[in-house]
Design a protein around this ligand. Structure first.
Ligand code: F6R
Length: 260
């Protein structure tokens, strides 16, 4: 695991954008796994800037999003389709046919989930997966006790997640109860994973994910099993890490470390 501690949300976002740009510069047809939520907004803003000002090219990029609410049509302002279009896709030159987001309105969820898994494989697998983390340690919508081997499927949202989402909907009964989400097992097959976290509210989840036991009670802890994971954190999100001095010492000395 590589732990990068930054001083601000902007620095965290720029560091992540640099990783994406480095990948696209060496592999212009890379497959990216993308997340929604407030955390990656700064990353998406920076990628848009790089596209507009520095010519970062998305014309061959393929994307797969982690999740979508069941029952929300693409045009719904709270759908992840809408979110991705507004916050990234409509501002860059990615061909629409290269974008994959789980369908919240398919008539056959089981078949759709299988198709999504197959499609990731057909595209050569995910080169770089971007993740956020929930306050309860979830990645994508893999709520606590999700199987660490899980695949793309329908997941019942935790009561806390439903409560947290209520503010975005007019009536409590409109808040989605289910999501379609990549599984932990699906995520672990990405070649590289970058988890972003900022703010105090994420500090317990980050500490549990990096330094706690591998447990389905914190599905992000499964990332400890992955050979190529980078956590990019701001100082608040990193504040409960017991080994913080060690991570910072490594960060400061990294250029001097032996290269294989
Ligand atoms: C979103 C997703 C979620 C979020 C997590 C953090 O696609 O998969 O796991 O990454 O809930 O959300 P924010 O970033 O809003 O704190």
């Amino acid at each position: 695991m590589e732990i990068v501690i930054t001083e601000s949300y902007e620095e965290m976002s720029k560091r992540a954008a640099q990783e994406v740009a480095n990948l696209l510069n060496t592999k212009p047809n890379a497959v990216l796994g993308l997340a929604t939520g407030s955390t990656p907004l700064g990353l998406y803003r920076e990628l848009i800037r790089m596209h507009k000002e520095e010519g970062l090219d998305f014309s061959q990029v393929i994307t797969f999003n982690l999740d979508e609410y069941v029952g929300l049509p693409k045009e719904h302002p709270q759908s992840y389709h809408y979110f991705m279009n507004e916050n990234l896709f409509k501002h860059i030159n990615i061909p629409p046919q290269n974008i994959h987001i789980p369908s919240g309105t398919t008539s056959n969820y089981k078949a759709f989930c299988q198709w999504y898994e197959d499609r990731i494989r057909q595209c050569g697998g995910i080169d770089l997966q971007i993740l956020g983390i929930g306050a309860d340690g979830h990645i994508a919508f893999n709520e606590p006790t999700s199987s660490l081997g899980s695949r793309t499927r329908i997941k019942t949202l935790a009561q806390q997640t439903i409560k947290d989402n209520a503010r975005f909907f007019d009536r409590p009964e409109d808040v989605p109860r289910y999501a379609i989400t990549m599984g932990v097992g699906t995520i672990l097959e990405a070649r590289k994973i970058i988890l972003l976290a900022n703010g105090k509210g994420k500090s317990d989840a980050v500490a549990a994910a990096i330094e706690g036991p591998v447990t389905s009670m914190c599905t992000a802890s499964a990332l400890q099993l992955h050979p190529n994971v980078m956590f990019i954190l701001d100082r608040e999100a990193a504040s409960k890490l017991k080994m913080i001095e060690y991570y910072e010492w490594i960060q400061a000395n990294l250029p001097g470390a032996p290269k294989s």
